[in-house]
Ligand binder design. Structure first.
Ligand code: ADP
Ligand code: MG
Length: 592
């Protein structure tokens, strides 16, 4: 017989479960606490963290405070002062409304809060651990609230172990801090980690806030965007194409002063920039949208970074045309007339010119059999896979073979601009060029760390780049490793500017801009044994020759020779195979 099996979960267990949704990592606490301070009307917010928030997250504000009577209530689930009835959800003017954050945070950490409201003569302190109130005492305090969160996930070891390295967690915190501080330039913010000041942002306007968050250099590239329609009020800045980067670090949408992610709106901006950015570069934008809250549903995501708009198509079109307008007005783009088919227009400088007779030029060295580019396609028997490539590749292959045969050594040739192929006594060896190069760079960098003066080249002209705070901190944190590898930087922390004066001789000076773009646009996580291992891996990933890059025969031979000098030839630094062998007997079988 079926027994009764349903229990109601005790509150502290329910809170722990709910906490999982709201609080994923220290940066979630930073977000929730700062948002509460903003909702409380704070004009100044201080963030203090220790060990990337794993030991302490503290937020101090000068907002309206929590009354003595409300203080313990604020920690109960669904306790909120921000809405009373369901209809209020449709006219939200605050960041919080679920009444979940404080209940969640106090379920999984040790919280100490001190708060005083205007109307109470004295403040109150409360300590809570794992949802249980430990103490409540009157304290003397100024109006406002201080929240300390210690020992995050102390009662859920699995969650604690799941946290990433300090530098990754710090990066998440900086990201949250940037989002909220950019959404509210009218509020002063400070941020300290392990007693070191990371940001000190005074109340200002959006343009100046952007430059104090991302460095002075960016300000020259900012172009204002402004549009007012009955549906939406758009304001903010876009980054001129010449200032855009490969990383997406300069992409911010704020809807009613809240940072949101929207692939849909991002697409609209991308389409406005269409044709203005080279491949792999992303538009930069800091755009604030003001929309009637009744036309929004912020309820669809527990951490509220996603949003649903009522009239998406119109929003898309308005945003796109206002950005195109700014790009045009500020002469980033030649024409501001979007509706006309521009392919029909003569280039505008030609309007006043007198036409000249056309000239026919003939390339006398043209050989139709040698360089004709055609697409071939053939089907491989085994997998029925269609492979398409250009005749140039076949020509290379044949030429490669021929020259190898002529020199009576079959050494190496490149295939599809991504594999190197070489013959062995027992068959064929196919080498992935990108991974091979990653391995070579990785081992050379690691070994350069063990010599006294690594091979380094001075740049003729020092190369300057502006970095984001987390990038700057990454460099500062690993500066001794970079130096030991042969880099030399000058760092201006205030302007967030680095001047690169020398780089390891291993790298190509001419490509330095691409190299550093790649270094910072790549934030995939990987395993590393030590800091120097991590830096070497990171650099090998950023600086390796890409697939699709044509190598001349000397480069091919050099790469192969360097690979065979490596201690580990078969695996890339990220444990992916570098070499695949085809035994002659396998090839023989195919001809049966
Ligand atoms: P929500 O923000 O969704 O209302 P929270 O759990 O974050 O829920 O906060 C609960 C309540 O505690 C808030 O509604 C607010 O009344 C009060 N509160 C929290 N933080 C502050 C603060 N820094 N200053 C003033 N009141 C606060
Ligand atoms: Mg809240």
């Amino acid at each position: 017989m079926q027994q009764d099996v349903i229990n109601l979960l005790p509150d502290h267990v329910a809170n722990q479960i709910a906490a999982g949704e709201v609080i994923q990592r220290p940066s979630s606490i930073v977000k929730e606490l700062i948002e509460n301070s903003i909702d409380a009307g704070a004009t100044k917010i201080d963030l203090i963290i220790k060990d990337s928030g794993k030991t302490l997250v503290q937020v101090i504000d000068d907002g309206r405070g929590i009354s003595n009577n409300d203080l313990s209530l604020a920690f109960q689930r669904h306790a909120t002062s921000k809405i009373n009835k369901a209809e209020d959800l449709f006219c939200l003017h605050t960041k919080g409304f679920r009444g979940e954050a404080l209940a969640s945070i106090s379920a999984i950490s040790h919280v100490h809060t001190i708060s005083k409201s205007l109307n109470d003569p004295i403040g109150k302190s409360i300590k809570i651990a794992g949802s249980k109130i430990q103490s409540e005492d009157p304290v003397v305090s100024s109006v406002g609230t201080s929240f300390s969160v210690k020992n995050l996930f102390f009662n859920i070891p699995a969650r604690r172990n799941f946290l990433k390295s300090d530098s990754v967690e710090l990066k998440h915190i900086i990201e949250e801090f940037n989002r909220v501080s950019l959404a509210h330039p009218e509020i002063s913010f400070s941020f300290h980690q392990n007693e070191k000041e990371i940001f000190d942002l005074k109340k200002t306007n959006l343009k100046k806030r952007i430059s104090s968050v991302f460095g002075l250099k960016l300000i020259d590239f900012l172009v204002p965007v402004k549009e007012e329609t009955p549906l939406v009020k758009i304001s903010g800045f876009i980054v001129k194409p010449s200032g855009c980067r490969k990383s997406r670090g300069h992409q911010f949408f704020f809807v009613n002063n809240r940072y949101i992610k929207s692939p849909f709106l991002n697409h609209s901006v991308n389409s406005a920039f269409d044709g203005l950015l080279s491949k792999d570069y992303n538009p930069g934008y800091f755009i604030s949208l003001k929309i009637n809250p009744a036309k929004l549903d912020v309820n669809i995501h527990p951490t509220k970074t996603e949003i649903k708009f009522e009239d998406e198509q119109s929003l898309y079109a308005i945003l796109r045309s206002s950005i195109k307008h700014s790009l045009g007005i500020f002469q980033v783009m030649p024409s501001i007339d979007f509706d006309r088919d521009q392919t029909m227009d003569p280039p505008y400088a030609y309007k006043e010119k007198t036409p000249s007779n056309p000239i026919i030029s003939v390339d006398s060295s043209f050989n139709p059999f040698k360089s004709e580019k055609k697409s071939y396609s053939f089907e491989s028997n085994s997998k029925n896979a269609k492979i398409e490539f250009e005749s140039e590749n076949i020509q290379n292959t044949i030429e490669g073979f021929e020259s190898e045969l002529n020199s009576k050594q079959i050494k190496v040739f490149q295939f599809f601009n991504k594999y190197l192929i070489t013959a062995l006594p027992s068959g064929l060896m196919v080498i992935n060029q990108k991974r091979a190069h990653q391995r070579v760079i990785y081992e050379k960098l690691l070994s350069s760390l063990s010599v006294k003066s690594p091979n380094s080249q001075n740049l003729l002209f020092p190369y300057e780049i502006t970095l984001q705070q987390s990038e700057l901190m990454y460099l500062l944190e690993n500066i001794s490793i970079f130096q030991a590898m042969g880099f030399d930087f000058e760092i201006d922390e205030n302007a967030k500017l680095i001047k690169i004066k020398s780089i390891p001789s291993l790298f190509d000076e001419k490509k330095i801009d691409v190299l550093f773009e790649n270094l910072f646009s790549n934030d995939q996580e990987f395993e590393a044994f030590s800091k120097s291992d991590a830096v070497s891996k990171h650099l090998s990933k950023a600086f390796a020759i890409p697939n699709g890059k044509k190598l001349n025969i000397e480069e091919q031979q050099e790469l192969l020779a360097s690979l065979f000098m490596c201690k580990e030839k078969n695996l890339s630094p990220f444990n992916r195979p570098i070499i695949v062998n085809f035994d002659v007997s396998e090839i023989d079988k195919k001809f049966n």
